[in-house]
Design a binder for this molecule. Sequence first.
Ligand SMILES: *Cc1c(COP(=O)(O)O)cnc(C)c1O
Length: 359
Amino acid sequence: MRPYLLLTPGPLTTTETVKEAMMSDWCTWDEDYNVGVVENIRRRLVELATSRPDEYTAVLMQGSGTFCVEATLGSVVRPADRLLVAANGAYGKRMGVIAEYYRLQCHVMKFDETEAVDPAKIDAYLTEHEDVTHVSVVHCETTTGVLNPLSEIAAVVKRHGKTLIVDAMSSFGGVPIDMAGLGIDFMISSANKCIQGVPGFGFIIARRSLLEQCKGVARSLSLDLYDQWAAMEQGRGKWRFTSPTHVVRAFMQALAELEAEGGVAARHARYAENHRTLVSGMRALGFKTLLPDEVQSPVITSFYYPSADFDFKAFYTALKTRGFVIYPGKISQADTFRIGDVFPQDFVRLTEAVKETGF
Ligand SMILES: *Cc1c(COP(=O)(O)O)cnc(C)c1O
């Protein structure tokens, strides 16, 4: 069942019990599924995301995380609005590409990939461009592992009175976030990252009062966030179109396991310990991290190739035969490792395996 550990940004290694939860078939219009599974998940997601659950609501959406980012930008930002995207990696840039497809009025503010998004630059831009209505930012930029300073960014965006959209794909569930405390209006994540479910759908947690105003904004039928939400609200957990039932049921199990672990704070502590174990082991072998420790997230870590002639493919294969699958870098000279349902001990074994490979 587990030929190797996936140390990749998600899909990642899931528990046996999450996989076992997929062993029954569900009827998409029966209460057992709609109320027992879907509504249960929606309620729990809101409780995980915010200290003021009454003000927020959750929508589940078929597809991978990108579908949810696209559904959000395409259903929330109107043609007359202006969007500012802060981008310090591939996922930030992808939001800019989505905005182009939808012909939104959008400015992409680019930062270096090894730098965090600078709240002062957002502040300056918003001061100069009062017509901006929405700001979107990636929390953990999975490209490199940079954890952007979400509280500071949110404080700036809120001071200017703009709507804040956060791609928290690779942080939600693994890094504590309080949407109400920070003033986040829309937050997007997916089943197969820090909540440790299997891939097949994502979700958006939205400020209810804002989502209620988004009827008719979407320029896509299947990615209409408002309509998907309205159908789920009115139908008590009913999806507009076929839902990935097995995957959704597995996600409910993953949420229960997150709770059993002690919630987001406990998972964050485990990821942080994993990260420390990984980095100290790899540094002892002479590997260098791409990022300075101050901007590094605990969820994904990039390492420089140890030499110019480093053969990543051979290194990858040597680790795979030892039971570990790592992730190639998205920027030119880095290969990246990602933490799933793994423990510090796994990283001790990993660094032993790296040593054995002789690279
Ligand atoms: C994984 C991820 C996404 C979505 O990618 P998909 O391949 O569509 O699942 C978006 N943003 C970030 C930051 C991610 O880590």
